[in-house]
Design a protein around this ligand. Structure first.
Ligand code: SAM
Length: 264
């Protein structure tokens, strides 16, 4: 098991995380992997323009949080696939592992990851928005193996991690940010670890939801259709250093991509 550097995470995050009550990291053992811990980035965390300009209603507004942060709402938005897609991530995690979730997810996703790592593992949840950090801390309150910190997925904090679980983040960010996030997160994966992306994908040609998904993406999700055109792997500048596998779900509307560092 690879343990992330809890001390480094705690000290810098408290400086960055203004306005949100800091939560102590669960005690962790010394790093047991030959991989070196990645220090917490020292630059301040700022809310990216795309989040403010495109997604304020969903992620930065208290009303948006109150409406959307319920398991049934997320389940409906994903056409009944939330459990299946959460399971697709949980299946990649073993008890005792260190896991990074680089952006918050509405509903109970983080709690499922915390259950999967168990009492001997560790889950670090980060997000760029203080309001999301506060919400995630409420949901994970009393879960000792979970820590929640402000951080940008393009500059992942702490690590390396056994598993990085990036759930429906890429479709919400512009192309240059997709590259920065994919590359930043790949750099946080332990040599024996993996990264798991779950996100939208190009549907099969006669998918019955195609017209409605076009409408949703054209009106609300301006960066999502790029995932219909591009493979997640193509955002990696050093893709050959990893092995890549892809599975699709629900007529191709969703994908799970797993990348593992090649040996040697
Ligand atoms: C993971 S995505 C979408 C998840 C999914 N649609 C859901 O059900 O919540 C939403 C989160 O990503 C966060 N986010 C957006 N850009 C980010 C970035 N560059 N780094 C970290 N978090 C980011 C937003 O603040 C928001 O909390």
């Amino acid at each position: 098991m690879t343990k992330f550097d809890g001390g480094a995470v705690r000290s810098t995050a408290e400086v960055q995380d203004s306005g949100v009550e800091p939560q102590e990291a669960a005690p962790v053992d010394p790093v047991t992997s030959p991989a070196q811990p990645i220090p917490f980035p020292s630059e301040p965390v700022v809310i990216p323009d795309y989040l403010e300009n495109v997604y304020h209603w969903a992620y930065l507004s208290p009303i948006g949080r109150a409406i959307f942060d319920h398991p049934m709402v997320v389940h409906s938005i994903l056409w009944g696939n939330m459990h299946r897609l959460t399971r697709a991530v949980v299946d990649e995690i073993e008890p005792g592992q260190s896991v990074l979730q680089p952006a918050c997810v509405y509903g109970g996703f983080s709690n499922h990851l915390a259950d999967a790592v168990g009492a001997k593992g560790h889950l670090l949840v980060t997000d760029v928005a203080p309001i999301q950090i506060a919400g995630a801390r409420r949901k994970l309150g009393g879960v000792p193996q979970a820590t929640v910190r402000l951080g940008d997925a393009a500059r992942p904090p702490g690590g390396p991690f056994d598993v990085v679980a990036c759930f429906f983040l890429l479709h919400e960010v512009p192309e240059d940010y997709k590259k920065a996030i994919v590359n930043g997160l790949l750099g946080a994966v332990a040599p024996t670890g993996k990264i798991v992306f779950v996100d939208y994908h190009r549907m099969r040609p006669l998918h019955p939801l195609k017209p409605i998904m076009h409408l949703v993406f054209d009106t609300l999700e301006p960066f999502a259709k790029e995932l219909w055109r591009n493979e997640i792997k193509d955002y990696a500048s050093d893709a050959d250093r990893f092995t890549w596998t892809k599975e699709t779900y629900f007529g191709g509307l969703y994908q799970k991509v797993v990348a593992r560092p090649r040996k040697g």
